[in-house]
Write a protein that binds this ligand. Structure first.
Ligand code: SF4
Length: 341
């Protein structure tokens, strides 16, 4: 589904640009904007948990790890009184602490409880679901093969749901070939929520082919938001000369959007803010695709369009592939604040 409108943000060229390169005065540029894009229900909920905690307890509220992987979001919350740390040891006694949307190893809430800290868990419910699946597989005596990216906080959090030795990480089909499980009849698989749909399908197919008794979800655990944003990019690659993805370099789902576009044969760049755009990227570009990862706010999409409109005669076209209506409940401790907000 597409909707085309001339940009209300069109402005004459040479109107004061943060972009580097020579201006393309009055050159038409069709900007196809993917829908869905940007914030997912898990990110919305995590940010709201920090904001409502600030409202309920007052500043400072500590947050363990970036609440979501986006500098703009983190800086906005810092300005409101949130303090971001990497480890619980950095949180002083007597202040509330929020755990990020990516999830944490079980040891973290245990340690917080031991110290009597008031903690709020902003782990996305779809990540928590994978955590519970991991526990159930281990209870059933299965070894888990986990498909994910080494070092990502979600992977660290999921591994931390079970005792060491019960889970093995695979990142590629080659990793699957190298697996040497003790008992092939007692294997299960789980996946990170923000992976490439296509790469993961290949890895899961390799796992199923090698271990026919493998137990796992019908589909992988890639979340609705990751799948939908990748499908939306795929739907517009054919008509685009360049695709810009707004997101952070440590945002897994944003990086996957760049990969999806490149795999479909369309040049793609990841940017955090409009200021990173270089006009030379637009040589020969008549149609631009624009999207944003699940942790990138809509204000950054508008910022990019505003800046492009100073250099091009921009026409916006929405490319909608699906409606997203998913929302997640807030923790009970913040219900009163949520009602009052
Ligand atoms: Fe949850 Fe998916 Fe959003 Fe991650 S990207 S916070 S798993 S909905």
């Amino acid at each position: 589904m597409t909707e085309t409108t001339p940009s209300p943000h069109s402005a004459p060229a040479h109107s004061g640009t943060p972009l580097s390169g020579s201006p393309h005065s009055a050159t038409p540029l069709l900007v196809k904007i993917a829908s869905p894009r940007g914030f997912c229900a898990g990110v919305d909920r995590a940010i709201e948990i920090v904001e409502l905690s600030l409202h309920k307890y007052g500043a400072p509220v500590y947050v363990r790890h970036e609440i979501v992987h986006n500098k703009f979001v983190v800086d906005s919350l810092k300005a409101k009184g949130a303090i971001f740390v990497e480890e619980l040891d950095e949180v002083p006694d007597g202040v509330p602490v929020v755990f990020s949307a990516h999830g944490v190893p079980k040891a973290v809430p245990h340690k917080a409880a031991e110290r009597g800290l008031n903690y709020l868990d902003a782990t996305c419910p779809l990540v928590s679901k994978v955590h519970r699946q991991a526990e159930r597989h281990v209870e059933a005596g299965r070894h888990i093969i986990f498909v994910g990216h080494r070092g990502h906080p979600e992977v660290i959090g999921t591994f931390g749901q079970v005792e060491p030795g019960h889970m093995t990480l695979v990142e590629t089909v080659a990793d699957v070939a190298a697996l040497q499980p003790e008992d092939e009849s007692k294997l299960a698989f789980l996946t990170q929520t923000t992976l490439s749909v296509d790469d993961t399908a290949e890895i899961v197919a390799a796992l199923r082919a090698r271990f026919p008794a493998l137990v796992g979800p019908k589909a992988e655990d890639i979340c609705y938001a990751t799948s939908n944003r990748q499908a939306a990019v795929k739907a517009m690659t054919a008509g685009c000369d360049l695709i810009l993805v707004i997101g952070a370099p440590n945002s897994s789902n944003s990086l996957r959007l760049v990969e999806v576009a490149e795999r479909e044969g369309t040049r793609s760049m990841l940017i955090q803010r409009a200021a990173e755009i270089e006009l030379r990227w637009f040589d020969g570009v008549r149609t631009l695709g624009l999207t944003a990862g699940a942790s990138a706010p809509e204000v950054l999409v508008r910022e990019v369009i505003d800046v492009l409109s100073r250099h091009f005669e921009v026409t916006e076209e929405k490319v909608k592939t699906v409606d997203e209506r998913i929302t997640f409940k807030l923790p009970r401790a913040l219900a009163a604040e949520a009602d009052a907000a």
